[in-house]
Design a protein around this ligand. Structure first.
Ligand code: ATP
Ligand code: MG
Length: 300
């Protein structure tokens, strides 16, 4: 459909009732998936999402044990904060659990992503055969055509999901799919989001954050207002100790760097909202640590 048709066709046709868009709450309820957590393989993360169980009249908060299945989450942060490590660790974990993963590499060619992941699979104790079998790359970094042609990318993804029984889709990064056309950012993310919903995927979409402004606010969530489209946002950031205030806050000497993490909203389930320390181990594994308050209490 041309742009002109898109804008003028509805006017020519006149308003129509789209029957298939209407469903009773009961029908929606019958089709609604059960809320369950997908273990991420990231120490300290899974219990930050929670749900409520009713004991008689009383609601009790219970950990979900992972990110909500069928959610499409935004993983954001400035450069070198651990976004790629995080989604790769998630992909490896799903492979280890026997679940298929489509991994769309937009930044680095798949063979280089695989190089790093192979080492981390060892650190996670995940069998090579499980990784080989369950992770399927779609290499956009090497095949630039897919970067420009979203319908072909989605057709390729549909093919991969069908052929390899994929339940999880990773995109590292969606930002790379709207380079030089940032006006289209929301449209691109919206289409991917709708597609992943239709195919019952649990998705992690990495979005790059350009400025370090407002790191803990909603603006932190990837810029270009793409965060609003997705079901939730996980923000990674880092802070350098440059003042005695920060020295006291983090209990670290001036000049050191501290990695931080926060769940900046999730519309499918309850979640922790505090700032946590985040660690990258020497084998490249991400670990979510104590909150800043817990850190202060520990050091007091
Ligand atoms: N194997 C490893 N061992 C130790 N540290 C590592 C390892 N791999 C990566 N790191 C550290 O983790 C940091 C974050 O890496 P990562 O690639 O996940 O960042 P990113 O947030 O995806 O950045 P970008 O936006 O540039 O893609 C690296 O800068 C490096 O300091
Ligand atoms: Mg990265």
């Amino acid at each position: 459909m041309s742009q002109e048709e898109y804008f003028f066709e509805p006017e020519r046709r006149g308003p129509q009732v789209l029957e298939e868009s209407i469903l009773r709450f009961g029908e929606a309820r019958a089709q609604a998936p059960r809320l369950e957590g997908v273990p991420t393989g990231i120490e300290g993360l899974d219990n930050l999402f929670f749900t409520v169980k009713w004991e008689g009249e009383k609601p009790r908060r219970v950990p979900l044990g992972g990110i909500p299945r069928y959610s499409v989450m935004n993983v954001t942060g400035v450069a070198d904060t651990g976004k790629s490590l995080m989604v790769e660790q998630y992909a490896l974990t799903q492979a280890g659990r026997g679940e298929g993963v489509a991994f769309i590499t937009v930044e680095s060619p798949a063979i280089f992503v695989a190089m790093g992941m192979r080492e981390r699979a060892k650190a996670l104790g995940i069998a090579e055969s499980a990784v080989d079998e369950n992770i399927v790359f779609i290499d956009v970094a090497t095949h630039n055509r897919l970067q420009e042609d979203l319908p072909s990318l989605l057709a390729t993804l549909a093919h991969v999901i069908r052929t390899y029984h994929v339940r999880h889709t990773i995109v590292d990064s969606v930002t790379g799919l709207f380079e030089h056309k940032e006006m289209a950012a929301r449209t691109v993310v919206r289409r991917i989001y709708n597609f992943l919903k239709k195919w019952h995927q649990t998705g992690l979409l990495v979005s790059q954050k350009r400025s370090s402004h407002e790191e803990m606010s909603a603006e932190a969530a990837g810029g270009y207002a793409v965060a609003h489209i997705m079901d939730g946002t996980m923000v990674f950031y880092k802070d350098v100790i440059t003042s005695s205030y920060k020295q006291k806050l983090y209990h670290l000497p001036i000049g050191e760097m501290i990695r931080l993490f926060r769940i900046d909203g999730c519309r499918l389930t309850g979640h922790d909202t505090r700032i946590h320390v985040c660690e990258i181990t020497e084998t490249g594994l991400i670990r979510i640590g104590p909150t800043l308050i817990e850190l202060a209490q520990k050091n007091a």
